[in-house]
Design a protein around this ligand. Structure first.
Ligand SMILES: *Cc1c(COP(=O)(O)O)cnc(C)c1O
Length: 481
């Protein structure tokens, strides 16, 4: 079959791509205009006539790869997407080929089992009781946690808020919102949470923000004040959210103290661990998440710090009943077995998605290749490099960092205006030399580095600093005029 030779072409070019990316011998990104990309690849012709196979495919791939943004490149310091482990992409390929749907057991016993295995692995890392694989003879009255894999952290956050809302006011599922619902968010939180409030009909403007310290960390000593204020307005907070860690500067909220406050006040605590829950794999850094076991729900992206391609996110709930009731319409469901007599469970009732690909395949293939130790080694390396980069940049004249880092995210600025930081970033990406982002934190714009590539070293950071200084000199003149 032509597929076999085509896949050989693809694997040859992927091997070369990986080698070039590692050594940084090409630009990290190449932003061409869409019209040019369409023309150079001959998309119109292929779509009209077909023939994208054999030598034509080989040529097509050569061109395709000239426009690829290289996440394994040492100078890739952009968004929080994993430079995937090569083995994990095999999971995507294999599951894509067989197109087995993981949400219905009989549509893929292996994908459904993989998903439950990965969810259980995550639950145990949090310190929760895993789900049984088969229906326990005693029924489902036991205390255990549960979870599903969903398409991303934003989806996991949305699902968590749906579940928290149903838990607080079960009638909402059938009758719609009351007009006094609110959510308490850290002042620094991911925009998927306000978006979720909008989607839920709570209203993006109805959320309340909790006070944070100079690092953007929630102040547990101020939570009581915020809660009293909210309650005095007649509002019903149905969830409190904690960052683990924040997207902007990568700081962890004090989960222990927040959980104690929420337990005392009967509030649902959701931990947004999309980026930072992966530190649970590291014996050295799992302390950053102390207290996570006392939360009610957790979001955890595998496609950020676990070397897994997008998307693969865990939505994890401490008490399995909440998952089943919360998103399933508060049905008096006979759990996930329904009337079917089958060996495993269907997860379809517990997700916003209906059909869902085998997300766990990506995770199983990387875990199987490098083991938990491999996952932990990568995470620890990236954290340590970030801490070393902080020491270096903080020691450079004219440079300052936003906060001392706790994860693999580091924000800094060179003396000068916000506009200067933005211009520096734009020049770096336009030239294809470095891929970095910027963020506004405490009212000022910072250059933001996310250490994702295993090929980035401290000398990469030194080269970046040199380049930033050079750009500042040339740009300062232009900005003055
Ligand atoms: C990345 C991130 C998200 C969004 O996750 P996606 O997988 O991109 O949808 C949500 N919260 C935090 C804290 C994040 O870092």
């Amino acid at each position: 079959m032509a597929f076999k030779t085509d896949i050989q072409s693809a694997s040859d070019i992927l091997e070369r791509f990986y080698r070039e990316s590692k050594t940084g011998s090409t630009p990290v990104l190449n932003q061409e205009k869409p019209e040019e990309i369409i023309r150079n690849l001959g998309l119109e012709t292929f779509v009209q006539q077909g023939g994208l196979t054999g030598p034509a495919l080989k040529k097509f791939l050569e061109i395709y790869f000239t426009y690829v943004t290289r996440l394994h490149h040492p100078n890739y310091l952009g968004h929080q997407c994993a430079p995937p482990h090569p083995s994990s992409s095999l999971g995507t390929l294999v599951n894509g080929f067989v197109n087995n749907v993981s949400s219905i057991y009989e549509m893929s016993p292996v994908s459904a089992t993989f998903e439950q295995f990965v969810v259980n692995w995550m639950l145990e890392k949090i310190g929760w009781e895993p789900m049984p694989y088969s229906k326990p003879s005693s029924g489902f009255d036991g205390q255990h946690a549960a979870g599903v894999l969903v398409n991303g952290g934003s989806m996991a956050n949305l699902t968590a808020l749906v579940i928290a809302r149903t838990h607080k006011i079960p009638e909402v599922w059938n009758s719609g919102n009351t007009d006094n619902l609110t959510v308490l968010l850290p002042a620094e939180s991911h925009y998927s949470l306000t978006k979720a409030a909008g989607i839920l009909g709570v209203g993006a403007k109805s959320v309340h923000y909790m006070e944070v310290d100079a690092k953007g960390r929630v102040r547990p000593d101020k939570m009581d004040e915020t809660l009293k204020e909210v309650l005095s307005k007649g509002l019903i907070p149905f969830a409190v959210v904690a960052n683990a860690c924040s997207t902007s500067v990568g700081i962890y909220d004090p989960l222990d103290e927040m959980a104690a406050f929420c337990t005392a006040n009967e509030l649902w605590l959701h931990v947004d661990g999309a980026h930072g829950a992966s530190a649970l794999v590291s014996p050295r850094y799992r302390g950053l998440l102390k207290g996570i076991e006392n939360a009610n729900s957790v979001s955890w992206d595998a496609h950020k710090m676990l070397q897994v391609p997008s998307l693969c996110a865990g939505l994890l709930v401490k008490d399995h009943k909440h998952l089943n009731h919360g998103i399933g319409g508060y049905q008096n469901a006979s759990y996930i077995f329904h009337e079917k007599d089958q060996p495993g469970f269907d997860s379809i009732h517990n997700t916003i998605e209906t059909t869902k690909s085998g997300l766990a395949e990506k995770m199983i293939f990387v875990m199987g290749a490098i083991g938990e130790k491999g996952l932990s080694d990568y995470l620890e390396r990236q954290h340590q490099l970030t801490y070393a980069a902080f020491e270096y940049i903080n020691g450079c004249e004219d440079f300052e960092c936003a906060v001392s880092p706790e994860s693999n995210i580091l924000c800094f600025r060179i003396v000068g205006s916000d506009e200067l930081q933005l211009q520096i970033r734009n020049h770096l990406t336009a030239s294809g030399l470095f891929y970095i982002t910027t963020v506004v934190f405490n009212g000022r714009r910072y250059l933001r580095l996310v250490f994702m590539s295993h090929n980035t070293t401290l000398s990469t950071v030194k080269n970046l600093v040199t380049e930033v200084v050079r750009l500042k000199e040339s740009l300062s003149e232009i900005l003055k005029n």
